[in-house]
Write a protein of this length. Sequence first.
Length: 234
Amino acid sequence: MRVSHTMEPVLRAIALEKTYAPLNQSSAGLSLLRNLSLTVAAGEMVAVVGESGAGKSSLLHLLAALDRPTAGEVWCGAVNVTKLNAKQSAEFRNREIGYVWQFHYLLPEFTALENIAMPLMVRGVTHKEALAAAAVWLDRVGLNGRGHHRSGELSGGEQQRVSLARALVTEPKLLLADEPTGDLDTATAAGVFDLIQRLHREKSLASVLVTHNLEFASRCDRVLSLREGRLSPF
């Protein structure tokens, strides 16, 4: 069932443009996003679909302040993300955004528990408090008892669950997920998506999910297609 979201949006992207400069004088620049706008409210999960190379990952990078638009603005609440410098952007991501990648990017020398705790320790939370919070999230993603295993000792689905816990341990308002089930088999992918959706609802997150899986996309509140640089209802 679709839910009506009338609250002030958590995320607003306004007239975004992203053009990459040409590699050399004989080639043309690449224009990926053109006058793209998007709003996402608390508790709303939006799926973005589109062909490979359409700019879906580039869009998420702009929303997360990992890259800057050629034109336009991104707002998260009252913060104009596009005006932040590099240090402010890093602090903003740590405070407001949970990001889940297609590949988990866990640090192999650390345990699952330590990987989850890392964003809190970066913030300045004590080692003891960070590990305690990480243990709570390890349980929430169904991996209680696996905390002392390193990433290489975990299955692909378990690694992605740790990645999700790491993204949410800081209690962000906004969850961005870039093909979070793309490297998993069908059954494992379904379990990870179910978990993402459950935690999204429990935390009333504003979530943007990039996926090629149309079944998963159809379970979101809205499905948008990125085509020729713009978003439109799928």
